[in-house]
Write a protein that binds this ligand. Structure first.
Ligand code: 5CA
Ligand code: ZN
Length: 423
């Protein structure tokens, strides 16, 4: 489906360092990409209640990674999905009397415009699950043929198809916990909370996830080689990622609420289909909370980007507010997060007004070039260290306070690396 428009990203002299990123699977910091081509798959929205600040924070984290890759001279291939058919979307549509397709379409449109306002670089491939039904069904068939998918009968439908976790652990290169590293009790709890159905009778293992849901009355369904129905959630992301990347993905990203079961089983399905790991790095953004709890559609404690903008907030201030928190920490949005960012943005803009072009100040040129170069190097280093955006913002504050003059290069660097346009 249509993505959104690309913000202008100035190119900077020299090249930035290879960014290092925390990998959930190995619990270590890893260089994100050691070849010239970087690829990124980030789990996209389920299109209702978009775009809240939790979503925005997660997409901004991977936008920062993208910007660092560009600065390091990489070609970047970026794929993002849209879960445009799934239980929560259908439930919301039913509860509000909306047509699920119209709900999805309008929310995707809102998401696109919010991403544009926030200057988030778009994926080259933005793919809805409804666009890849046949591909998912083929993957499910392959898993069945390999003894990794099995039917579970239900009273009111044809059988659903489940993934056989234990068979996969015995016959493929994947083991349960490879990605999440969680203990079994936590996996069971997360499965129940996050879209799984550990209590469903007839499954071989309570953790086995749904690959294909057979048609139910009143629910959307598609004809396919595994019968009429629709895709399960995790296989959707495995298939969209595998279809759109040449080889294994450099970084598979999303919020930390996806560590288990979603990313564990997306990885499992991909290994079962291809024999190779889905990604080099499994990266997770922390959860943004509001009023004491995780900001989530189910709780309804949402601060929407579009609402803030409609109330007159500068989207650049929202961006700066989100960048002021480290992407991996869980944190709470408050009014002061925003007012601090607004004050900061004003002071940076005031600094930029007094821009000095080195060529026009020959007597001071050498010192000016030296201070500019050092500033740029430091900014690159802070960000390359696990997307250290709070440290990067403090660095800018500090250099401004010390009287470092604003040069065109520094203004471009803040634009290219932080997505903050000052002039
Ligand atoms: N469609 C699935 C992924 S395949 C999904 O989780 N959709 S979502 O709309 O619920 O979330 C979209 C993205 O925002 C996911 O990466 C999710 O992990 C992230 N996210 C959701 N809530 C928050 C939050 N409160 N803080 C940070 N990130 C969040
Ligand atoms: Zn996903």
């Amino acid at each position: 489906m249509k993505s959104w428009s690309h913000p202008a990203v100035p190119s900077l002299p020299g090249t930035g360092p290879v960014p290092r990123l925390f990998d959930t699977a190995s619990r270590t910091m890893k260089p994100a990409c050691t070849t010239g081509d970087a690829s990124l798959y980030v789990c996209g929205i389920t299109p209702y209640d978009a775009t809240h600040l939790g979503h925005a924070a997660t997409y901004l984290a991977y936008d920062t990674l993208y910007r660092l890759w560009l600065d390091a001279g990489y070609d970047v291939r970026y794929v993002q999905n849209v879960t445009d058919v799934d239980d929560p979307l259908l439930e919301r549509a039913a509860a509000t009397g909306a047509d699920w397709r119209e709900l999805a379409e309008s929310q995707i449109a809102l998401f696109r415009s919010d991403m544009e306002r926030l200057a988030i670089i778009p994926p080259q491939h933005y793919v809805g699950v409804t666009e890849v039904i046949a591909e998912v069904a083929t993957a499910v068939k392959t898993l069945i043929d390999r003894g990794l998918g099995y039917p579970v009968d239900s009273a009111d439908a044809f059988p659903d198809i489940y993934f056989d976790t234990q068979a996969a652990a015995q016959t493929t290169a994947w083991n349960l916990g490879d990605e999440s590293g969680l203990d079994h009790a936590t996996m069971l709890a997360f499965s129940a909370e996050r879209g799984g159905d550990p209590e469903r009778p007839g499954k071989r293992d309570p953790l086995d996830p749904l690959l294909w849901r057979a048609e139910r009355e009143g629910e959307p369904a598609w004809e396919s080689i595994v019968g009429r129905g629709r895709p399960g959630w995790h296989i959707e992301c495995s298939v969209i990622a595998l279809d759109n990347h040449i080889s294994s993905i450099t970084v598979n990203g999303g919020g930390s609420d996806l560590v288990f079961p979603h990313h564990e089983f997306s990885a499992a399905h991909a290994v079962a289909l291809t024999g190779v790991p889905l990604a080099d790095i499994y990266s997770h953004a922390g959860m943004v909370a509001y009023q004491g709890e995780k900001m989530s559609k189910s709780r309804g404690n949402l601060v929407l980007v579009s609402r803030l903008v409609a109330d007159g907030t500068d989207p650049q201030a929202i961006r700066l507010a989100l960048l002021s928190q480290h992407y991996r920490s869980d944190w709470e949005w408050t009014d002061s997060t925003l007012t601090t960012a607004q004050t900061r943005l004003e002071s940076w803009r005031l600094w930029a007004v007094d821009e000095i072009v080195p060529d026009r100040a020959p007597h001071a040129a050498a010192a000016l070039i030296a201070s500019t170069t050092e500033f740029l190097d430091d900014l690159r280093q802070e960000l390359a260290d696990d997307l250290g955006s709070p440290a990067a913002l403090h660095l800018v504050d500090q250099r401004i306070a010390e009287g470092t003059p604003a040069t065109p290069l520094l203004i471009s660097a803040i634009d290219a690396l932080l997505g903050i346009r000052l002039t």
